[in-house]
Design a binder for this molecule. Sequence first.
Ligand SMILES: [Zn+2]
Length: 411
Amino acid sequence: MAAPCAPAGRRAAPDRPPPGPARAKAARAVGAEVSRDAAVPLSSIWSDVDPVAAFASGYAEARAKFLATARARELAVESHEHPAARGPSGEALAVDVAVLGPPQASAALLLTSAAHGVEGFCGSGCQIALLADDAFAERARRAGVAVVFVHALNPWGFAHVARTTEDNVDLNRNFRDFGRAAPNDDYLAIHDFVLPAAWPPPPEQEARMAAHLARHGPGALQAALTTGQGDRPDGLFYAGRGPTWSHRVLRNVLQRHGAARQRLGWIDFHTGLGPCGHGEKIYAGPDDAATLGRTRAWWGADVTSIYDGSSTSARVTGMLFQAALEECPRATYAGIALEYGTRPMPEVLQALRARAWLHAHPEASDVQRDEILRLTREAFHVDAPAWKGMVVGQARAAALQALCGLAGGER
Ligand SMILES: [Zn+2]
């Protein structure tokens, strides 16, 4: 079996099939095994959920698993179906919301996946593993925290294996002030060669890219690219010129499930940055010492920040957390993006460039299309049991930390 973070070209072994009949109802929904032995009290912090079984091979399967797991927990699911877009097989696309724990609780923990579409392979797996987890559910109940699972914020991107929404928008750059022009001149200077004219890119474009890297370094390229830009709708990290559909859904969900809370915590699952399998806890909040301090008090001093240069992420704008501040102004807030590493950055960048080219060239051949989708999927998801175990383990730790923080440190 290949190591989960093997160099490109080595294939990880396929996932083993889910285990046989399980005893717990919620665990049955994902094919996982959960101990129901009387000797294991539900207050235990340990979980017997099989993390691998919580993952799916695509959006449609992920959605079915999420709905089945919520149903097994006897939770109502609120589905926000996209009015126009469909999946690759014509299937409906929706943001699905389920609330675990006391629904009227004064504190809520928001868990969101697939803001960046294809990154939902990971985020959905983490959500389903937590939703199937009896011990976690019991901890939430005892902490008096409602856990709001928002599955597939950007279902089009998840289903079509893209980081962007159906309108090529980077949802995590879309929460900006659209009335204020914010040109990203550094992006405009590189747009012509980062967005390829053909795939694979012509040698002339690759030469310009190499020259830029040699002159300015990878950090400058990352910052120019990932900060977000509103000038080139066909470009990378396009922030949009108005709220996209997923943006409006998220605000609606926050109004319904967050606005009345006194305390709100948020873990937003992402992939594609940092060392393979490592979950970087990136502060997701305003440039404000009190909120950053609270976030580090809940999740640890190793929470990184884009404001002080401690994060592998560049200082980006228009992030999701803006919606929480605006829709839930009375809530005491703390939040992180849990960013898991997958492949080295040059491979991730090549996948982004290829997928942007494909978005602009629907006439691409099936062979080329399949190759680009495979490249993209592998850039944002490591299809290996060890990696899945790593990411679910860290998600669970972060979620338990949040429950303690939201409960005021009493438990
Ligand atoms: Zn992301």
